[in-house]
Design a protein around this ligand. Sequence first.
Ligand code: UT7
Length: 330
Amino acid sequence: MSYYSKIIGTGKGLPEKIMTNKEFESFIETSDEWIRTRTGISQRHIANTEKGESTLSLARLASLNALEKAAISAQDIDLIIVGTVTPESVMPTTANSLQRDLGAVNAFSFDLQAACSGFLYGLSIADQYIRSGTIKTALVVGAETLSTLVDWQNRSTCVLFGDAAGAAILTRSEDRSHSILSTRVYSDGTRGDLLKIPHGYAACPPWRADYSPSEHKIKMQGSEIFKLAVRNMIDASMKVLEDNHLKIEEVDFFIFHQANIRIIEMCVKTLNVPANKTWLNVDKYGNTSAATLPICLDEAWRAGAIKSGDKVLMTTFGGGITWGATLIQL
Ligand code: UT7
């Protein structure tokens, strides 16, 4: 008997505070016009850590929404994976704390670091556990508070990111026509310098004399990353289509990582995807890293833009560098 992973619920979690482009004008040399025309971003949500908003609280919100949509209880979850580069704490992992908060007493849980590709990597791992028959149900979350890691004086990066979480629940099914059809994930550490947060704890512990807080902030070579994001998301998308012997026109909906509207437009144009077959929310949220794909999936599903039986191609690109694509049939 073959097992497959069916997506039965999705959810999102956003901080309350919205920060508009205009607000940046008071502390860096930029303009609403530059940000909108060069990135497509109009605003982003920013976590208020003093009010208890954090990677964990957003992950919790997204997970509760997903559990409600899936109509299952937290005790039904066997595995929790949280994709994040901004974990609540190193130990316990964000996933362990989420397990505690949800009361998911039957789950084992871990965090996964793959930058913006964290959700897709997590999806591929959960899918393998389900297909192998090891587990029945998994909660995969992408949750980030990148506002804690941006250099607020660097106009090339600080305007790009927002805080959020997205979640999906997968469960074992014997019906391939409502499942994750295939996933491809990739990484290239030789290009890691192009988008990085140089210091974790090991490279330079904060008590060392040469410790520099700026090395804990996001650094990006924007135009190089831009070109790679377009090329690699297109390549990965073509690979999952080939894996499934499908043509672009046989796919019902496309979700691209939301980092920059111009990246999405180039992918859409090159792949020849009709504009009404994609989801866009980069204007409202900016780049929410690992949270992006599950939020788009959740919004498109709840809005009726995708429905049961639709073939949905999702693709992402992130720091480090990491990328991938998946084809699901809802
Ligand atoms: O999650 C995946 C990772 N992220 C991405 O995929 C992001 C990829 N990169 C990008 O989206 C774009 O490269 C950026 C939005 C980051 C930059 O846009 P760009 O069109 O590639 O601009 P640029 O880096 O070539 O910079 C052009 C100019 C520079 O000024 P000079 O040197 O020509 O005088 C920048 O200093 O734009 C300047 N600039 C800004 N000006 C006003 C950069 N950021 C800003 C800003 N406001 N916020």
